[in-house]
Design a protein around this ligand. Structure first.
Ligand SMILES: Cc1cc2nc3c(=O)[nH]c(=O)nc-3n(C[C@H](O)[C@H](O)[C@H](O)COP(=O)(O)OP(=O)(O)OC[C@H]3O[C@@H](n4cnc5c(N)ncnc54)[C@H](O)[C@@H]3O)c2cc1C
Length: 220
């Protein structure tokens, strides 16, 4: 039986699968272990043939840099550039609504794009968006099953690396639910105990100090 929010609604289910990554704390699970951190991404309009040529690319392979709060960049099949990174922020009480300044981060990313490719000096973004990634103190994700009735399956806390890993964890959950083995059940990701994170105001102070330290390190 799962109570949703403070309303009277209830959902009855034999099993629950928590595949809600950074949103999970709002359901009452992992609320002292998995924290939502806000990160942003932007996309250019399709580039013209001459803009593309000016990049002098030798490959379409996506790449990222080695900063702590790294930038990552992808060329899409319809000739756009998707760039993300450069900022990571925590919002008070695990808030999923972004508390920062999206236009400021957009400018940050645009400047980085133009630093990498000076020939794109006239390009503007078509869109910039914010989202949340699920972060843990030790950077570890987790997959497994818990609860008194062993019927709450979970795969989450990807620490910003979940695009591929979430698919693998989906398979692990399917194996667990069907009483089958899976190679990843023998890895440190399975049924690991995520470190405790204190509540507010310590969480905000810690997260802000940590993201501030990474930003300072990257500026150096
Ligand atoms: C801007 C940005 C850039 C990123 N870049 C990369 C990258 O380059 N590489 C990489 O590997 N990862 C990246 N990530 C992280 C990656 O997106 C996540 O790790 C991945 O999406 C996690 O997948 P998931 O299915 O577990 O969770 P999500 O994709 O977060 O999906 C969770 C779903 O649960 C839903 N939900 C939440 N609460 C409830 C509820 N109460 N009831 C029902 N549904 C609910 C949400 O609406 C959402 O659809 C990025 C994330 C962001 C925000």
């Amino acid at each position: 039986m799962l109570s949703v929010g403070e309303s009277a609604h209830q959902v009855t289910a034999k099993n629950i699968v928590l595949a809600t990554n950074a949103y999970t704390s709002k359901l009452g699970y992992f609320k002292n272990q998995v924290v939502p951190i806000h990160v942003q991404t932007a996309v250019t309009p399709p580039l013209t043939a001459s803009q593309l040529e000016s990049l002098e690319r030798t490959s379409d392979i996506p790449y990222y840099d080695d900063r702590s709060v790294l930038y990552h960049l992808v060329f899409t099949p319809d000739q756009r550039i998707v760039i993300g990174g450069g900022s990571a922020e925590y919002c008070w009480r695990n808030d999923l609504e972004y508390c920062g300044d999206l236009s400021k981060i957009s400018t940050l990313m645009l400047n980085e794009l133009k630093r990498i490719y000076p020939s794109l000096a006239d390009v503007q973004f078509e869109d910039t968006w914010d989202g949340v990634i699920g972060i843990t103190m030790d950077g570890m994700p987790t997959v497994g099953v818990m609860g008194d009735h062993k019927n709450i399956y979970y795969g989450l806390a990807y620490n910003g690396q979940g695009v591929t890993l979430s698919f693998v964890f989906g398979q692990v959950i399917a194996a667990l639910a069907n009483d089958k083995n899976h190679a990843w059940l023998d890895t440190p990701y399975a049924h690991n105990t995520l470190p405790f994170m204190p509540g507010e105001p310590y969480r905000w102070i810690g997260a802000t100090a940590m993201t501030g330290y990474y930003a300072w390190q990257d500026r150096k």
